[in-house]
Design a protein around this ligand. Structure first.
Ligand code: PMV
Length: 324
C-alpha cells in the first residue's frame, strides 16, 4: 500500500501585515510547528477524510460526493480536491486523507495556508505529479482565496518555501540570517477572522486614504529596516522596530486590549520588542529578546493563562516522504 506524508511549517509575520495586502513589503519567518497531511491507499473503493484536530471523519464512494458532503468551513479542502480533479484528472478513489496541525487555528500563524500547502504537496507526491514548489504555492494560494478573500499570498509562500522572506506583490527573496531568531509566540485565547480584519483595514483606507497610505508607507519602511537588522542579527533594534510596527497596527485598528496587555507584560519583563502577528483582532503576539528572557516570559504568560511557546525558524519549508 502506498503512503505519503507531507509537512508544511506555520509562519509568523515579523513586519508588514495588512500593508502587504496593499503592495507594501513584509517580512515573514517560517516557524518550527507544522501541519501534516497523510495520504494512503486503502483497499476499499472510496475516499476517506480524517480531520484530526476537529475530530471529524468523512467517508464517501467518490470525491464528488465527498465535496458535496463537506461543510462550508472546509471549503478550502473541497476546492483543492475539485481543482486536482479538473486540472490533473485525478480520481480520489481507494484513498484516505488525514490532516492534522500543531498550530493554533485562526491565530495569525498561517494554519490554513500551512494545511493547504501540506495537502497540495501530499497529493503531488502521492500521484507523482512533479509539481515545483512554486506550483504547490500557487495552488495553495487558490485555496487561501476561498477562505481569506484577497490574501497577499505571503502565507502560502512562506509555508511552502520556509526560511525568512521579504515579500512584496507576489515576489519574494530569502533573507540570510547571521544568527537564528527565536520568537516567543503567545496566543491571546481569541481566534481571529483574517477576512474581517482585512475588510476593516480596507474600510479605514476608503475613509482615511491619506492617513492610511502614510501608515502603510511607514510600515513598509520598518519592514525594510527590519530586514537589515535581521541580516545583522541585531535583536535589540529588531525589537524596537517591532514596537513601532505595533503602534502603527494600533492606528489601523487591528490591535486590541489583550494584545496590548501581552505586549506590556513582555516589555516590562525584558523583551526587546513585542507585537501582534498576522491579521490581529485576536490571534497571536510575538516577542523577541534574549533566550533566557523568552523562556522566563513563557512561564510567566502561561501562569497568567496565555498559551505560549518559544519557536525556532524552519529552514526547509514543505517536504514529503513516501512509504511503500
Ligand atoms: O492572520 P493570518 O495568518 O491569516 O495572516 C494575515 C496577514 C495579512 O497581512 C493580514 C493578510 C495577508 O494576506 O497578507
Amino acid at each position: 500500500m502506498n503512503k505519503v506524508i507531507a509537512c508544511a511549517p506555520g509562519k509568523s509575520i515579523l513586519f508588514g501585515e495588512h500593508a502587504v495586502v496593499h503592495g507594501y513589503p513584509a517580512i515573514a519567518l517560517a516557524i518550527s510547528l507544522v501541519s501534516s497531511c497523510e495520504i494512503e491507499q486503502i483497499p476499499e473503493k472510496r475516499v476517506e477524510l480524517c480531520l484530526k484536530n476537529s475530530n471529524k471523519f468523512y467517508k464517501q464512494d467518490n470525491a464528488e460526493k465527498l465535496i458535496e458532503e463537506l461543510p462550508k468551513k472546509y471549503k478550502q479542502i473541497s476546492t483543492c480536491l475539485r481543482l486536482f480533479q479538473q486540472n490533473y484528472e485525478l480520481i480520489f478513489e481507494n484513498t484516505k486523507i488525514t490532516i492534522a496541525s500543531q498550530l493554533f487555528k485562526s491565530a495569525g500563524l498561517g494554519s490554513s495556508a500551512s494545511i493547504a500547502v501540506a495537502l497540495v504537496e501530499a497529493i503531488n507526491a502521492f500521484h507523482e505529479l512533479n509539481l515545483t514548489k512554486s506550483e504547490v504555492s500557487d495552488i495553495a494560494y487558490e485555496m487561501e482565496k476561498v477562505v481569506h478573500g484577497t490574501p497577499s499570498g505571503i502565507d502560502n509562500t512562506i509555508c511552502t518555501f520556509g526560511n525568512v522572506i521579504h515579500y512584496q506583490n507576489k515576489e519574494f527573496v530569502f533573507i540570510p540570517l547571521s544568527k537564528e531568531v527565536k520568537l516567543l509566540i503567545t496566543f491571546t485565547n481569541a481566534s481571529h477572522d483574517t477576512k474581517r480584519a482585512i475588510e476593516k483595514v480596507r474600510k479605514f483606507k476608503m475613509t482615511h486614504l491619506e492617513k492610511c497610505e502614510e501608515i502603510f508607507t511607514q510600515i513598509g519602511e520598518i519592514a525594510l529596516e527590519g530586514k537589515q537588522r535581521l541580516k545583522e542579527g541585531d535583536l535589540q533594534s529588531l525589537g524596537e522596530l517591532m514596537n513601532e510596527n505595533q503602534e502603527l497596527l494600533e492606528q489601523l485598528g487591528v490591535s486590541n486590549k489583550i494584545i496590548s496587555k501581552i505586549n506590556e507584560i513582555a516589555l516590562k519583563n525584558g523583551a526587546f520588542g513585542s507585537k501582534l502577528t498576522g491579521a490581529g483582532l485576536g490571534g497571536c503576539v510575538i516577542s523577541v529578546g534574549e533566550d533566557d528572557t523568552l523562556y522566563y516570559l513563557e512561564k510567566l504568560l502561561k501562569g497568567k493563562g496565555f498559551p505560549c511557546f518559544v519557536a525556532n525558524s524552519d529552514n526547509v519549508g514543505v517536504r514529503s516522504v513516501k512509504k511503500e
